[in-house]
Write a protein that binds this ligand. Structure first.
Ligand code: SF4
Ligand code: SF4
Length: 205
């Protein structure tokens, strides 16, 4: 059987914030949640979506880091910045297509989700997937996912000209093979829609 992996099923998120609270308790960044809970279409829906680090196969955050502070392990986990290397320039914050790394001015460092490496490296679930009551965040094998969910798991993203493959997958309808996010349209839409109107962008992409 395959190894367990993290899957995000945005449609199941009920906005309860349990993942945010649990993330805060992680020993490596105690008191600071690394998970973002986004509002999808603020104008006419309360639908929310959790965003963790997607652990990109070729992480742009690491590519743009001038201090070589972000390392990807052989298991595909992209770690948070090495504290002795990070110079707090925020290049990674600006470059990440998923908006994941956060800059903390008080410590002049970037921090981000590291898939609860202290837990997942010894076979435990990440904190968020442990507490999520609707299993919008779930840690299971691809076989278990296929058996228990209606959708299919996708880890291919298209941001304009840029293609990104990620270790973390999202659950989408069967006919979807890759997720298109049109950032150029996001720029053009600001007059007509809220900048974070992700659902509308995905529909138009
Ligand atoms: S999602 Fe962002 S922070 Fe995570 S590996 Fe990809 S580029 Fe880096
Ligand atoms: S903020 Fe730190 S980790 Fe991010 S790019 Fe700059 S030096 Fe690298």
């Amino acid at each position: 059987m395959s190894e367990r992996a993290l899957f995000i099923d945005y449609a199941r998120c009920i906005g309860c914030q349990a993942c945010v609270q649990a993330c805060e308790e992680c020993d490596t960044h105690r008191g600071q949640p690394m998970i973002h809970l986004e509002t999808i279409r603020r104008r006419d829906s309360v639908q929310t979506a959790p965003q963790v680090c997607m652990h990109c196969e070729d992480p742009i955050c690491a590519q743009v880091c001038p201090a070589d502070a972000i390392k990807k392990g052989p298991d595909g986990v992209v770690h948070s910045a090495l504290t002795h290397r990070c110079i707090g320039c925020s290049n990674c914050v600006l470059a990440c297509p998923f908006g994941v790394p956060k800059y903390f001015a008080a410590i002049d460092q970037m921090m981000k989700c590291d898939l609860c490496y202290d837990r997942t490296s010894i076979g435990k679930k990440p904190m968020c997937a442990t507490v999520c009551p609707s299993q919008a965040l779930t840690f299971m094998t691809p076989e278990e996912l296929e058996r228990t969910r209606r959708g299919t798991a996708v880890n291919e993203w298209v941001f304009g000209e840029e293609r990104v493959r990620t270790k973390v997958s999202v659950v989408v309808p069967h006919e979807v093979k890759e997720v298109h996010v049109n950032l150029v349209q996001l720029g053009k839409r600001r007059e007509k829609a809220e900048p974070d109107d992700v659902a509308a962008l995905l529909e138009e992409g």
